[in-house]
Design a protein around this ligand. Structure first.
Ligand code: ADP
Ligand code: MG
Length: 238
């Protein structure tokens, strides 16, 4: 697990400033949730941390190391998106282990990791199935398994549950909380679901127009919002 520090991180697409001088420190093992209106820069911020999008200025540190110019594949970061992006022609086992095979990891080690991850996510009975034979919740478990098997030092989730119906969302929310409790890996999680934010987060970061409005524990933000925007955001019924 690893800390994450952003120092005056800005990102522009052409003349459009999507991230404006973001300063943020996330502790080892912390679960931090980013919330904010659509288009405020949540996904861009995650992608900057992952190394999928270069910063325009500023620096990114992971585990105390400056990684601003380090490519995504070398950052030890796993990304889970709302679309599962599983390989349709591969079964679940291969979907999970493919990246390890590509990295030429020893077969034994791959098998051990696969079994462990499948047990953790309760998908052992699904290992021979193809993605199209799975429910949405099962697919998302596989996507999480694929991220987990690489033993990342940092997990990034971009609205991972927003394609699921309410019951499954709740089930998967518990599953993610349990996972974090078990492995204690640092997690950064984007959601527009207030319940997810309030129940999962050690701290919530409220973003608006590419800036941080407030950072705090769910309780602090709820009890002492710094402005109407924050109050409205966490207080509004869904
Ligand atoms: P969020 O995830 O909070 O909804 P995003 O980070 O996806 O917001 O996007 C923030 C803004 O940046 C949006 O206005 C979006 O259109 C713009 N944007 C994101 N990626 C690109 C890109 N590759 N090129 C141009 N504009 C982009
Ligand atoms: Mg987004």
């Amino acid at each position: 697990m690893a800390s994450v520090t952003l120092k005056e991180v800005s990102k522009s697409f052409g003349a459009y400033d999507v991230l404006r001088s973001i300063d943020l420190t996330i502790d080892d093992g912390e679960f931090v949730v980013f919330v904010g209106p659509s288009g405020c820069g949540k996904s861009t911020l995650l992608r900057v941390i992952a190394g999928l999008v270069p910063v325009s200025s500023g620096d990114v540190f992971i585990g105390g190391e400056q990684v601003t110019d380090v490519p995504a594949s070398k950052r030890g970061v796993a990304f889970v998106f709302q679309t599962y992006a599983l390989y349709p022609h591969m079964n679940v086992a291969r979907n999970i282990s493919f990246a390890l095979e590509t990295a030429r990891m020893a077969r034994n080690e791959i098998r051990q990791r696969l079994t462990k991850v499948a047990d953790m996510l309760k998908i052992r009975h699904l290992l021979d199935r193809k993605p199209k034979q799975l429910s949405g919740g099962q697919r998302q478990r596989v996507a999480i398994g694929r991220a987990l098997v690489s033993q990342p030092q940092l997990f990034l989730f971009d609205e991972p549950l927003s394609n699921l119906d309410a019951d499954l969302r709740m089930e998967m929310r518990f599953e993610i909380a349990k996972l974090h409790a078990e492995i204690s890996t640092t997690m950064i999680y984007v959601t527009h679901d207030q319940t997810e934010a309030m129940t999962l987060a050690d701290r919530i970061v409220i973003l608006n127009h590419g800036r941080i409005e407030q950072i705090g524990s769910p309780r602090e933000l709820y009890d002492r919002p710094v402005n109407r925007f924050v109050a409205g955001f966490l207080g509004s019924p869904r």
